[in-house]
Design a protein around this ligand. Structure first.
Ligand SMILES: [Zn+2]
Length: 96
């Protein structure tokens, strides 16, 4: 056991975990099909909001720069129901 003493309690409201990889893929496919209609894999349609368009590369501080939805970019999606957020690579990275 290697317990680090110190702060205890102070529980903040936690998001219910991140989206899983398979959920992220579903979100990506749905976004690429219709960016205005992206259902949450858990909660269904009408919960996901596109919060922002961000640079696909997040800097080491975890700060994502806002960008335009052109070329390579990521979309920050947020589900208002399960309160999870994710950034998906929405630009044409794979050239299909
Ligand atoms: Zn959800």
């Amino acid at each position: 056991m290697n317990r680090i003493g110190g702060t205890d309690g102070g529980a903040l409201p936690q998001p219910q975990g991140p989206f899983s990889d398979s959920e992220a893929l579903e979100l990506l496919m749905a976004y690429r099909k219709d960016p205005s209609d992206v259902p949450c894999p858990r909660c269904g349609p009408d919960h996901i909001e596109v919060l922002a368009f961000i640079e696909p590369e997040i800097d080491p501080n975890g700060f994502a720069s806002m960008t335009e939805p052109e070329g390579e970019y990521a979309a920050a999606l947020y589900c208002h129901n399960c309160k999870r957020a994710i950034g998906i690579l929405a630009g044409a990275l794979y050239g299909d």
